[in-house]
Write a protein that binds this ligand. Structure first.
Ligand code: HOZ
Length: 432
């Protein structure tokens, strides 16, 4: 990769002057892998181009939403048409109902929902609702799961919190975090013990049912079923945070893939086709506790924004209409990519563990299975950083952290996969 141009350097200097750390979200910085993040100028299909004209095969996909590739033409056209009718009304539209019907058809557990503008808003609101519905205070979450940056959820969180080794977050009062119990993922006995030590006090369990924010970690056989049974037994709600997995691991998310029905679900990312959009929904009797019907307040000027709705309808509608082709082909291509890189690591004697569910995956630089945050944290993050840099030099854009999942889109080709596997082979050879 040639050195950054004067233009790139000027963009970086300006960003560092204006934004803390030069970025508008910490995970965009390359601090965990070294080097400076390129400035993205545009993207199309599976590729990103930076301000110096370098092209990259993109396996971040805006952290998940771009399942149909960047600038997916039906979504671009839908947004263009919506913008001509005005970008925002702060009033109800037919588009909201159109997208809500698509969501409810894909997620039968979602009888009613509310749109918001981000995953953070969705999880924060779902928890408020669960607390109100159960009249209980405690929330169980899992180490390494990230549910956005609301105060009470920044406890042993994944994503940037794990990447930068921030144990919680400054600015979150101890008293706020007091009601959050962080337990190891994939350990049903720990959940059972929490219900014993906090009888009738736990409002809900919130879980990334396939973890994406410690890297990709699938649930062990029977684990999600155990969460469902324990919450039912103890009168707590089960919240599936499917912001990352919704419409990705299957049209109906992890709950379709593993056949579990949570009480509440949070969605985002693909839901808005790349525009700011989230939602939370579930059983009607719970959702009807929201204002103006019930006493739980939650609101947003840009909730159900017509541009986001239009992009979401184009994206989710396409996924629904082409699901028989989209998901099997994502599965095939993702398997080829993940297994191809794993095979090269094996040949080169590099300890590597691959976790994958559909088109969501992580290569962990450890020879041991990764089943929770503790085992993910055994990864050799220096080796990951070197791998990341080598792949970037070869025109392959991976998430800049060992503790983030990568994503494939329908726009990726077999040629992209072959190029990536060759780049990995080269990177492993260099690392010997
Ligand atoms: N959950 C995303 C990364 N794991 C969020 C992206 C961000 O924080 O910018």
């Amino acid at each position: 990769m040639p050195l950054p141009s004067e233009r790139s350097q000027a963009l970086r200097q300006r960003a560092e002057r204006l934004f803390p750390g030069g970025v508008n979200s910490p995970v965009r910085a390359f601090r965990a892998v070294g080097g400076d993040p390129p400035f993205v100028e545009r993207a199309e299909g599976a590729y990103l181009w930076d301000a110096d004209g370098n092209r990259y095969i993109d396996y971040v996909g805006s952290w998940g939403p771009m399942i149909l590739g960047h600038a997916f033409p039906p979504a671009v056209e839908a947004v263009r048409q919506a913008a001509q009718r005005s970008a925002s009304f702060g009033a109800s539209t037919a588009l909201e109902g159109d997208l809500a019907e698509l969501v409810a058809a894909a997620f039968p557990s979602v009888e009613k929902l509310r749109f918001v503008s981000s995953g953070t808003e969705a999880t924060m609101s779902a928890i408020r609702l669960a607390r109100a519905f159960t009249s209980r205070k405690y929330v169980v979450k899992f180490e390494g799961c990230y549910h956005g940056h609301a105060d009470g959820l920044l406890v042993k969180a994944g994503s940037g919190v794990a990447t930068f080794g921030i144990p919680g977050s400054a600015g979150v009062p101890e008293e706020t975090a007091l009601f959050t119990l962080a337990l190891p993922f994939n350990d049903a006995a720990a959940v059972e013990a929490a219900f014993v030590s906090h009888p009738d006090e736990i409002a809900c369990i919130i879980v990334e049912p396939v973890v994406g924010n410690s890297g990709c970690i699938p649930p062990a056989a029977g684990y999600l079923e155990a969460l469902r049974a324990l919450t039912e037994k103890h009168g707590a709600l089960l919240i599936f945070d499917e912001v990352m997995t919704g419409f990705r691991v299957a049209l109906g998310g992890v709950q379709e893939h593993f056949g579990i029905r949570p009480d509440l679900t949070t969605l985002g990312k693909i839901l808005g086709g790349g525009l700011p959009c989230g939602a939370f929904g579930g059983r009607a009797e719970i959702m009807d506790q929201l204002a103006p019907l019930g006493p739980v307040y939650q609101a947003g000027t840009l909730s159900g924004n017509p541009l986001a709705m239009a992009a979401g309808i184009a994206t989710v509608g396409y996924l629904r209409d082409h699901r028989e082709v989209v998901y099997p082909s994502l599965e095939k291509l993702s398997a080829a990519l993940v297994e191809g890189v794993l095979a090269e690591a094996k040949k080169a004697g590099v300890p590597l563990t691959a976790n994958r569910v559909g088109a969501m995956f992580t290569w962990f630089f450890t020879g041991e299975p990764v089943t929770d945050f503790a085992s993910a944290a055994h990864s050799d993050t220096k080796r990951f950083a070197a791998f990341h840099r080598a792949l970037l030099d070869a025109g392959v854009w991976l998430p800049p952290s060992q503790f983030e999942a990568a994503f494939l889109s329908t726009a990726h080709s077999e040629g992209d996969i072959e190029h990536t596997v060759r780049a990995a082979q080269h990177a492993f050879a260099l690392s010997r």
